[in-house]
Structures are given as C-alpha cells and as structure tokens.
Ligand binder design. Structure first.
Ligand code: NAP
Length: 254
C-alpha cells in the first residue's frame, strides 16, 4: 500500500470495471476502505479481490444509483459494515448514443437518470455522514463530451449538468469541510469506448490509434490516469480545491 494520508471510508460507484475499478484499487492502495458499488454485487468481486489481494479493505455493494431506495440502503450498509463514508466518487455511467432525431425518450431518461439523478441521490445520502464528521470529499465524473459531442445529446447534457451540480455542492457543503470537484476525462480505454468502437464497426485498436493522433500527448488515457487525479482530489491536502472541473485528456480542451 502507498498509504499517503488518513484512512477513510470511500464509495466508488460503477466500480466493477473501467475507471471505477481503477479508482477503487487506487483509493484502497492510498489506505482507504472502499465500497465497490455497482448494479450487480457479483460483478464487483474482481475489484474487491484485486484490493484484498494487495492487502486492502473492500466491500462489494450491489445497487442501482438511479433508485432512491437502493441508494439509501447501500449507503446505510456501507456505514454499518465499513464506517461512515466520507469520500464519494460518482462514476457509474451508461451511454445510449444516437443523433437527436433518432434518440428515444428511454435513451434520454436512462442516461440522465444514471449520471445526474444517480450522482444527486448518492451525494444526498452520503453528505449526512460527511457534514456530521465535518470532513468530506465528493468527486463527480464529467467528460470532455460536456463541451458537446455529436450523437450524445443526452450524455453531454448529463456531463455538463454534473459540472453545475459539482459547483453547487462545493458552495453548499464547503462550510462543513466537504469539497466537491469534477474530473472530466477525454478518451479512456475501457469497455465504454470499446462499445463505441464496436458500434462504429471499427476495431478497438484502430479506434484508439485514431484517437491518439488527435491527443497532444499522443496516447489515449487509462483508468489509472483518472484514478491518479481522483486520488489527489480526495486527499487530505486538497481541502482548498473545490468546485473545480479538471479535464484529464492529454491536452487542453475548449
Ligand atoms: P464502463 O467501463 O462502462 O463502467 C461503468 C460502470 O458503471 C459499469 O460497471 C456499469 O455496470 C456501472 N453502472 C451503470 N449503470 C449503473 C447504475 N445505474 N448503478 C450502478 N452502476 C452502474 O465505463 P467507464 O468508461 O469506466 O466510465 C466511467 C465513468 O467515466 C462514466 O461516468 C463515464 O461516463 C465517464 N467517462 C468515461 C470516458 C471514457 O473514455 N471511457 C470518458 C469520459 C467520461 P454494468 O456493466 O452492469 O452496466
């Protein structure tokens, strides 16, 4: 374990795979006890095993972040079994890409429901523990798509919405020692971007090479790139960084 600071209880949503799994593993290596939350509790086993094999502490929690009752039960369970969650990473996400004229009501509601309503429900449940402890760290996963992306009217609206949500949490919760920040990744190699490549009928390797050519550092990102930034934002020393959106994209975006 790298254990660079105080040990807290952290919840990472959507942590069965991808960026969430990388973040859960990193926060555990930093010394935190981590609730690995995803839709299916069984799917969390791999991440939990990676953490425990490295000597860390983790708990698999199954919950749909867009369901208020499941969120309340999940956060209560984490508080009972690991302790009050003082770090929350709202990472769970889905895509339902389509051009506006083909986008269905369900495509819109699902994406807004998981990203925006999910982050709202999780943050509302967790803030009770944070404000009581006079310490908390919330990180929301935004995206470079917040700046606009063809075929992602639902997703870009959700990811831009999360930026406003983050800034408001920073204002409301700051007096209680709680910071809120957003990390906005560019292209990260995960199942989500692999699914996009598959939908566009491009081999994933070719898709990544094509993307890398347009990124100043000439490579695509990894879950560890995002986990590193989140590790900083939730650290003890980052208490004066709040309400920020950090693009982690291998170059500037505008
Ligand atoms: P991923 O590999 O698809 O993983 C997302 C995880 O979230 C999956 O395990 C998924 O579970 C889970 N999830 C979906 N809906 C959920 C719900 N309602 N409740 C709980 N968990 C749920 O995605 P990723 O690429 O790691 O992305 C993680 C986050 O970063 C997302 O918010 C995404 O929008 C954001 N992001 C990603 C990129 C990128 O390039 N990859 C770029 C910018 C932002 P199931 O497998 O069961 O669906």
């Amino acid at each position: 374990m790298t254990n660079t600071g105080m040990s807290r209880v952290a919840i990472v949503t959507g942590a069965a795979r991808g960026i969430g799994a990388g973040t859960a593993v990193r926060l555990a290596a930093d010394g935190h006890a981590v609730a690995v939350l995803d839709l299916d509790e069984n799917a969390c086993k791999d991440t939990v095993e990676r953490i425990t094999a490295a000597g860390g502490r983790a708990l698999a929690v199954g919950a749909d972040v867009s369901d208020a009752d499941q969120v309340a039960r999940a956060v209560d369970r984490v508080a009972d079994e690991l302790g009050p969650p003082l770090v929350l990473v709202n990472n769970a996400g889905v895509i339902r890409d389509n051009l506006l004229f083909k986008m269905t009501d369900a495509d819109w509601d699902t994406v807004i429901g998981v990203h925006l309503r999910g982050a709202f429900l999780m943050s509302r449940a967790a803030q009770a523990h944070m404000t009581a402890a006079k310490f908390g760290r919330i990180v929301n996963l935004s995206s470079s798509s917040a700046l606009g992306n063809r075929g992602q009217a639902n997703y870009s609206a959700a990811k831009a919405g999360l930026q406003g949500f983050t800034k408001t949490l920073a204002i409301e919760l700051g007096p209680f020692g709680v910071t809120a920040n957003a990390v906005a990744p560019g292209f990260i190699a995960t199942d989500m971007t692999a699914a996009t490549a598959a939908r566009m009928k491009v081999d994933f390797e070719t898709f990544q090479k094509g993307a890398a050519e347009h990124i100043p550092v000439r490579r695509v990102g990894t879950p560890e790139d995002i986990a590193h930034t989140i590790s900083f934002l939730v650290s003890e020393g980052a208490g004066f960084v709040s309400g920020q959106v950090i693009y982690v994209a291998g170059g500037p975006l505008d």
